[in-house]
Design a protein around this ligand. Structure first.
Ligand SMILES: Nc1ncnc2c1ncn2[C@@H]1O[C@H](COP(=O)(O)OP(=O)(O)OP(=O)(O)O)[C@@H](O)[C@H]1O
Length: 319
């Protein structure tokens, strides 16, 4: 079956800047795809081309089977878009802005009123419904932008940094809203927040300098982290020698320990990131060690992100 979003060999050149250098991906129904990448990686430019907001230099985008360049009206009927920074009409109120957006989307009457009620409740906008948008806080303005993106209940949502400017509670609510919408839609979000990847995304593309440099599920990304599957065990300090000699015989691991008062923390790092929790607990039990706590670490996404996007640093010494 064709995916709801199909992107092939997409490129964008602005005068002298090659912003997007040929990206291919698709998003299935029910999937949330995250765009990650440093500033200037090409995330917003890709999103603008996917929505038809700017034309591609070359390549194609299909939304629910409609080519964005050749059949823009049909494609856009299936699309909701939250642009970066979400420029809004400052002199309007959330109510008048949503009525205006609904009219553009050919919604009216009871249908529009019902949807306006639903999205204002979902995004907690009722308290400011008649306040001018240019007097709202950044978090409220972002939520008005999100409300217009989902008003017509589109199949495809393109959300450029949807939680930017929101406080931690609002971030959580918006992530929950995205998860609630996800089963019936295809969603792309861009983010600078690595915790958002675990909270919201089913799959992630890391972009750098206009290209996709890594693609995978959040679990795939964690699995590439240096400390992935490291097992941390807490034992009584009196058991330290017994524990380290029991673990010394395990293949392909590096064992270190630190004493913390009466407790010793033992860290067993698998050299090939292989799972070792069962082997570690088995070896300690066989040696008669009482395990006070044991956990497996997933590894840091931050480190994976840095390893695939860090530009080589060249240093020069000036006299
Ligand atoms: N209208 C434009 N004219 C010229 N260059 C542009 C234009 N829009 C974007 N660019 C350039 O294209 C590149 C990609 O920018 P883009 O905004 O897509 O990156 P981004 O990954 O969204 O970055 P950020 O995380 O900072 O939002 C940058 O070098 C940017 O300066």
């Amino acid at each position: 079956m064709q995916s709801a979003i199909e992107v092939r060999a997409l490129r964008k050149r602005f005068d002298v800047v090659d912003a997007v250098k040929g990206v291919d991906f698709s998003v299935a129904r029910g999937e949330v795809l995250g765009f990650l990448g440093p500033n200037g990686a090409g995330k917003s430019t890709t999103m603008k081309m996917v929505t038809g907001y700017i034309p591609a230099t070359s390549g194609t985008v299909s939304i629910c089977g409609h080519d964005v360049a050749r059949d823009p009206i049909k494609a856009k009927q299936h699309l909701g878009y939250l642009p970066e920074g979400a420029p809004l009409y400052g002199e309007m109120t959330p109510v008048s802005f949503l009525k205006f957006t609904g009219a553009i989307r050919r919604m009216s009457g009871a249908d529009l009123s019902r949807r306006m009620g639903e999205v204002m409740a979902d995004l907690q906008l009722e308290g400011v419904r008649h306040q001018r948008i240019d007097t709202l806080s950044k978090g409220f303005r972002r939520r008005v932008g999100l409300a217009q993106a989902i008003l017509h209940d589109p199949d495809v949502l393109i959300l450029d940094e949807p939680t930017d400017g929101l406080d931690p509670n609002q971030k959580r609510q918006v992530r929950q809203l995205i998860r609630n919408l996800a089963p019936t839609k295809s969603i792309i979000i861009s983010t600078h927040l690595l915790e958002e990847v675990d909270a919201v995304c089913d799959r992630v593309l890391i972009l750098d300098k206009g290209r996709i440099v890594l693609e995978g599920t959040p679990d795939d990304l964690h699995a590439r982290a240096e400390g992935h599957n490291t097992v941390v065990v807490l034992v009584h300090r009196a058991d330290t020698a017994k524990s380290t000699s029991a673990l010394a015989g395990l293949p392909d691991v590096e064992v270190t320990h630190t004493d913390e008062g009466e407790i010793t923390r033992i860290s067993v790092r698998p050299k090939r990131r292989q799972p070792v929790a069962e082997t570690v607990s088995g070896a300690l039990r066989d040696a008669g060690v009482q395990i006070l706590e044991i956990r497996t670490e997933r590894g840091s996404l931050d480190e994976v992100f840095r390893s695939v996007t860090a530009a080589p640093v060249s240093m020069s010494v000036s006299q």
